[in-house]
Ligand binder design. Sequence first.
Ligand SMILES: Nc1ncnc2c1ncn2[C@@H]1O[C@H](COP(=O)(O)OP(=O)(O)OP(=O)(O)O)[C@@H](O)[C@H]1O
Ligand SMILES: [Mg+2]
Length: 216
Amino acid sequence: MQDELAKIGVMRDRLSDLPIRFEAVDYRAASLAILSGVTFDIFPGEPTLLLGPNGSGKTTLLKLAMELLRPSAGRLTFADRQVGAVSRSAIVFQKPAMLRRSVAANISFALAPTNPNVINHLLDQVGLAGFEHRPARRLSGGEQQRLALARALARDPEVLFLDEPTASLDPAGTKGVEDIIVRIANAGVKIVMATHDLDASSSEPLRRTSSCPLNG
Ligand SMILES: Nc1ncnc2c1ncn2[C@@H]1O[C@H](COP(=O)(O)OP(=O)(O)OP(=O)(O)O)[C@@H](O)[C@H]1O
Ligand SMILES: [Mg+2]
């Protein structure tokens, strides 16, 4: 019985969540309409961008796609299912919160086995090799953003949701983080990224992606 349950758990884990389909989705908080009639699909492949000004509902939409919130009306499906598979997605919030611990401990927190080789590989991927023993909260904003990316990758997600990952970074920091995002996408992780300004300096692969515009 236990084995059977474990098997089902593993199978659920391996189910794809894509496409994630929004059909006439509304989201209301109290009586306030935050999203109305949102219809769009998140397909596998190239990154999907959510474009919209401050307050247009980007963070709310990401939370719906992560199942952290439920639609007030309409239908949201994951590869035609009503719920997503367990641990197939990860999110980097607009202001990622660092644990009051070392850089390495912030990643091992997200990992089942805390293998130092895995941690060092993840740090290498985000340009933080050698940072493992530093206190995470002392890192600069751009470094914390990259650590948050490594922590999300530690979950080996199929879909990685990013909420304005470059909003508070300078042009060099922005380019650094965007280059990492493009590499993650090229490695086969589906990127869904909210942003209010995709300017001309943004990485070419991100400017070419499909997008869902939201109106403020
Ligand atoms: N739980 C809530 N209760 C009341 N209002 C809310 C709630 N959640 C979001 N809102 C409002 O809904 C609107 C959309 O919020 P959301 O955070 O999704 O926007 P956003 O596009 O991510 O904005 P920003 O670019 O500033 O991050 C805002 O006006 C916000 O104040
Ligand atoms: Mg937001």
